[in-house]
Write a protein that binds this ligand. Structure first.
Ligand SMILES: [Zn+2]
Ligand SMILES: [Zn+2]
Length: 218
């Protein structure tokens, strides 16, 4: 008995073989690996932050900008705030401390954003009267400048802290800087990448790192 060539191939499965998965398979077709949510925005906390700001006079615009994100890179710091991005970063380890603690840290950091926002281009101290006022407005009068949370530090801890004299960026180091070093971002931005004394990192006491930092808008 003689089969036509086409049918023979079909019977042996050669024609019906599924297309091979090759390197050319587009990335969106590959299965996604789910990562634990230690990073990224928390929609619920962002909504809570916006609600807190909506309750304040003159802060509706800020309410539209603010975002709350988890940052697993934070070690003993409970939270930070950046007025550059209007982001509040919260340490995921706070999840072990309950919603009330998270709410307090959220208010503390929001108060940083409010005080910087209200101050406009005026430079203010991170935990000065403007910040204390914002804390009172958010219902946490007398908030301490530092949080003494029993967060576990990693074995290796930074012992040296430096601050860019220009943008205020903090640099944490386990060892001291051996040479004069300047802020990379500022040198790039203002000086075509070359070193300049104006952007040199100056040593600051470690206790400024115990709690969140605030970057002022330029
Ligand atoms: Zn800088
Ligand atoms: Zn603070």
């Amino acid at each position: 008995m003689k089969f036509p060539q086409q049918l023979l191939l079909r019977l042996t499965g050669l024609l019906e073989a599924p297309p091979l998965q090759t390197a050319a398979t587009p990335p969106e077709k590959r299965p996604r690996v789910r990562q634990p949510r230690l990073h990224g925005e928390d929609a619920q906390l962002t909504a809570q932050a916006r609600e807190l700001l909506h309750g304040q006079r003159g802060l509706r615009e800020l309410a539209g900008k603010v975002r709350v994100v988890w940052n697993a890179r934070l070690q003993t710091t409970a939270g930070t705030a950046s007025a550059r991005t209007w982001e509040v970063e919260i340490n995921p380890r706070l999840k072990d401390h309950g919603a009330a603690t998270i709410g307090r840290i959220l208010r503390h950091e929001l108060a940083h954003l409010i005080s910087v926002y209200r101050a406009g281009r005026r430079r203010i101290a991170a935990h000065g009267p403007e910040w204390r006022q914002a804390c009172a407005d958010l219902g946490i009068p007398g908030e301490p400048r530092c949080h003494s949370l029993p967060l576990k530090a990693r074995e290796v801890r930074a012992k040296f802290a430096y601050r860019c004299q220009h943008c205020g960026r903090l640099l944490k180091r386990v060892r001291a800087l051996e040479r004069r070093s300047a802020c990379f971002d500022c040198c790039q931005k203002h000086n075509r990448g070359r070193y300049d004394e104006r952007y040199r990192y100056v040593r600051v006491p470690m206790d400024v790192l115990e709690e969140g930092r605030v970057k002022q808008p330029e």
